[in-house]
Design a protein around this ligand. Sequence first.
Ligand code: NAD
Length: 496
Amino acid sequence: MTLVKKEVEGLLKRLGASACGNLAVHTPIDGSQIGSVSIASPADIESSIAASHDVFLEWRTVPAPRRGELVRLFGNALRDHKDSLARLVTIDCGKPLSEGLGEVQEMIDICDFAVGLSRQLHGLTIASERPGHRMMEQWHPLGPTLVISAFNFPVAVWAWNAALALVCGNSVIWKPSEKTPLTALAVQAIFEQAVRAFGDAPEHLSQVVQGGRDVGATLVADPRIALISATGSTAMGRTVGQVAAGRFARSILELGGNNAAIISDKADVALALRGVLFSAFGTTGQRCTSLRRLFVHDSLYDSFVPALKAAAASMPIGDPLDSAHLAGPLIDEAALTAMQAALEEAKALGGILSGGERLPGNGVYVRPAVVEMAAQVGPVLRETFAPILYVMRYTDLDAAIALQNAVGAGLSSSIFSTDVRECERFLSASGSDCGIANVNIGTSGAEIGGAFGGEKETGGGRESGSDAWKAYMRRATNTINYSNELPLAQGVTFDL
Ligand code: NAD
């Protein structure tokens, strides 16, 4: 038995979870098998949905601040298990331990946010045009919420959704990525600790249903699922979005990104370089917000790009459990194949490649790739989920912004500039068309307080902070007549 497998078994045992079943789970750290989980059968899926539907009918009547108490307890349980869960995140998906810890911290942060929210699910009071009448809005629980998550944020994405869904009065079903199913088992065990501490929470409030796209598709199609929050590739979202729309279900789609940054001639260059390195090559380029395209002002290009290449070439890469390494492995061999195909295509289009080679050892470790491109063509126009940064020159800011916007995805973007006019231009209605537009920070590493999501082929969904909670509830408009008359709106008469 490998050391990693032993550690996983120990971690799961301490959490009261066990991993056995018909789907083998491998760690990208060295490719070894670390456990297995049970893929849900059609009968399992049916009973999970039925239970989720029943429990929703009960949970929706529990006062929202009391629902918040469960999420508060869950946040505390996560604090107790932060180190163990973070190690498991790193083992399951291969991100460095500091990012595993950050991901669990993000879960704790969204729990805190949701607890506050549980006392602030406010509706409006609206002036009625009719005498003796009052109008108001109420926000009511929506129904069973399905969370489909991707491998690269195996726990935080679920928490963004589940914490909000639970305080909003919904039940939750989680279909984690088949590439990272162990962390879901651990989170479920921690959640059940919170349920026990809460005392009278109904059973099956949050359930995990394991499996691949077939299992996901069965869940998406079921009319008892009121809301589908799906995170993953644009290809997945295109299918899921259509099925959801076909039965008028609510959906939150959080899909692929092809994120860009602009390095102005007025940038703080040292800061820009650091920002670019983390965004492009941190997490091995496997964030939806990873930086993939860079527009560098012509006057800086010949000094900035060599410095970028040198920094990328010297980045320590290896076992993500070792804090000396800033990036771990790609998730699997298929990710490497996609990376190599994109690099070959870029070279055939005249791209000048530096880096990108596979590093020796078990697990799929690669050197980050910087590709100088004369134009935005071929693979530059799409997301390849790997550490590839395409670099292009620009002279005119408006042209650079237009190029930045000229791709299918619309998730994240940034400008590095100390010129307030340039920055405001970038943030304006005619600037970046993305859901996230930053100034003097990279494209990745969002905080939970803002609404997270992107436009166009990124799916248009928003989750996490701000008023994203409204997607998890249904709005009812109420008109109350406290007079003895029955006036109709717009002066309409109907007198018998
Ligand atoms: P993926 O699309 O292969 O899988 C994501 C999830 O969708 C998995 O749980 C998978 O089983 C499920 N799935 C796939 N097809 C399905 C179908 N037809 N019906 C129901 N479920 C289905 O993505 P991945 O490789 O795990 O993750 C990488 C992708 O996710 C990238 O494109 C990345 O940009 C994106 N992503 C987006 C965000 C965001 O918030 N916008 C966050 C993280 C990852």
